[in-house]
Ligand binder design. Structure first.
Ligand code: ATP
Ligand code: MG
Length: 508
């Protein structure tokens, strides 16, 4: 397992952090940008509307002021021609300049605003047709004329003969737009400043709040780094609530736990395979050493004749048989580990035991052998499984039971399950061995010293078969008398279709 600390993602440098900001920072920035565009648009529309209103109200005010003054005037075309300049000066005020044109549109007099600040700002002389069209309309007309600093808001007020309605003169009142634009600019600057402050406040608030909401994501990112570095025991703070982030965080923790369990299982499996390989090669090495030793003796010319040769060959045969047994056992175990028996069905136990009788009797030798199964009792198994289980258990029983002892194989039905027992009157199982006798290659402490002992695979095979069929096996000493009893439980019928037919693998 990789536990290199260095494999973890290093913490970001300030520069990198700036170049790849956190999700909260990005969202805050994007929100601020969107808000800025929206505020800009609102402010632009507001400024345009405000300018229109300001110009309109100023023009209206100029018109009102003019008509107040003009009420007292009794004008005739002659008076205009003679004293146009006087009327212009009369109408000028501190911020408003005035110009007088006669009924033909010719300028008869002009005066700048009376305030010294605007003394040079005469009202713009408009094209003649402007004056004529104002006279033709017969009411005030406002417009903007001039360029740059000379730009002025102009109101054209026609003066008609009060009795005949004949055009007499046009008064042009003009005020510089600079003060109006100044007011507008101030308003815009205030808008921008307030908007900027609001934006900064909103961005900061979003950043802080999002940072809090997204904290579990940051925890997950950190945990992922640690997991990538091989540390799976990372503890994630569990957020409360049931929003998407909380659910994601919980799912993430759950996933990490499952990965941890799976990895631990994988490691155990690897340990098991390694131990299995070591045991397998070790148990094959012993007979191979014996075999090679004997062959060396023969090659050197010793025991080449008569009974000695015969004894040597027999010994070789025994070792060969032992190796063949080990390889058979390993192959069987590998096959059972690989896939479950698919051809299970009802197996008549009495019939299988009867068929096995000759082989079991030859194994038992002088020992009394009892085979007992009720007529017609069936277990959900395969014939091969029952034969292998019974043969292995009887072989063990015989090996640990004196010649005048007894070995029994009994089958019966208990609580709806088939119980298959092998009882002997032998040495019994050493209490220290009991927990381990089903381990692969485990041979009892006493058996270990004996040359006639097996490889320690028999009981593992019995257990695997029982598990593969959905059953189990247990070992015990008989208690009331010397001897051991092995109990194999087998199902009476097929497993329920819904449940997973694969039993859990036994470790070791
Ligand atoms: N009937 C029994 N009485 C006492 N001890 C037993 C009995 N059956 C098994 N054992 C103990 O359990 C150990 C494991 O048995 P197992 O059948 O797995 O291996 P084995 O008989 O030594 O070798 P193999 O079966 O591969 O030839 C034995 O070595 C023995 O110590
Ligand atoms: Mg055995």
């Amino acid at each position: 397992m990789a536990t290199a600390e260095g494999a973890a993602t290093p913490p970001l440098s300030p520069w990198r952090r700036l170049r790849s900001p956190s999700l909260a920072a990005r969202l805050a920035l994007v929100t601020a940008a969107v808000l800025a565009v929206a505020l800009g648009m609102v402010s632009a529309v507001r400024t345009v509307a405000l300018r229109q209103r300001l110009y309109a109200s100023t023009a209206l005010q100029m018109g009102v002021d003019y008509s107040t003054l003009a009420k007292g005037l009794r004008l005739s075309p002659l008076a205009v021609a003679l004293d146009g300049q006087g009327y212009a000066s009369f109408l000028a005020s501190p911020t408003v300049g005035a110009l007088v044109a006669d009924a033909t549109g010719s300028v008869q007099g002009e005066a700048p605003p009376t305030s010294p600040q605007y003394a040079s700002l005469f009202p713009p002389v408009l094209p003649r047709r402007e004056y004529l069209s104002a006279l033709a309309e017969g009411r005030d007309v406002s417009l903007v004329a001039g360029r740059g600093a000379q730009r002025q808001l102009v109101v054209l007020a026609p003066y008609l003969n009060p009795f005949t309605g004949a055009p007499v003169a046009v008064f042009e009142l003009a005020t510089p737009v600079a003060p109006l634009e100044g007011t507008l600019r101030q308003q815009l600057e205030f808008d921008l400043l307030a908007g900027l402050l609001a934006l900064m406040g909103a961005a900061a608030a979003i950043y802080v709040l999002l940072g809090r909401f997204l904290a579990p994501l940051a925890d997950m990112a950190r945990a992922s780094d640690e997991i990538a570095a091989g540390r799976l025991d990372v503890a994630l703070p569990q957020p409360r609530g049931d929003d998407e982030v909380a659910r994601l965080s919980r799912a993430f923790s759950h996933m990490v736990q499952r990965i941890e369990v799976a990895l631990e299982r994988e490691r155990a499996e690897q340990r098991r395979v390694r131990a299995f390989l070591a045991d397998a090669s070790h148990s094959l090495r012993t007979p191979l050493t014996v075999l090679n030793g004997r062959l060396d003796l023969l090659l050197r010319g010793e025991s080449r004749e008569g009974e000695e040769l015969e004894a040597a060959l027999r010994a070789l045969r025994v070792e060969g048989e032992r190796m063949a047994r080990i390889v058979r056992g390993l192959l069987l175990l590998a096959r059972l580990d690989e896939d479950e028996p698919r051809d299970a069905g009802d197996v008549d136990l009495a019939r299988v035991l009867e068929a096995l009788r000759p082989r079991l009797e030859s194994l038992a030798g002088e020992r009394r052998l009892v085979l007992a199964a009720p007529e017609g009792l069936t277990a959900w198994a395969t014939v091969e499984a029952v034969e292998t289980i019974v043969t292995n258990l009887v072989e063990n029983a015989v090996r640990h039971t004196p010649e005048d002892g007894q070995v029994e194989v009994r089958a019966d039905l208990v609580d709806g399950r088939v119980r298959l027992r092998v009882l002997d009157t032998g040495t019994g199982i050493a209490p220290g061995d009991l927990p381990r006798i089903f381990d692969r290659f485990y041979r009892g402490a006493r058996a270990g010293q004996r040359r006639d002992g097996g490889a320690g695979l028999g009981l593992s095979i019995v257990q695997r078969w029982a598990q593969a069929l959905g059953g189990e096996v247990a070992a015990a000493n008989r208690g009331e008398r010397p001897g051991a009893v092995f109990t194999v439980w087998l199902p009476k019928g097929p497993p329920p279709a819904s449940s997973d037919p694969r039993p859990s693998r036994a470790p070791g």
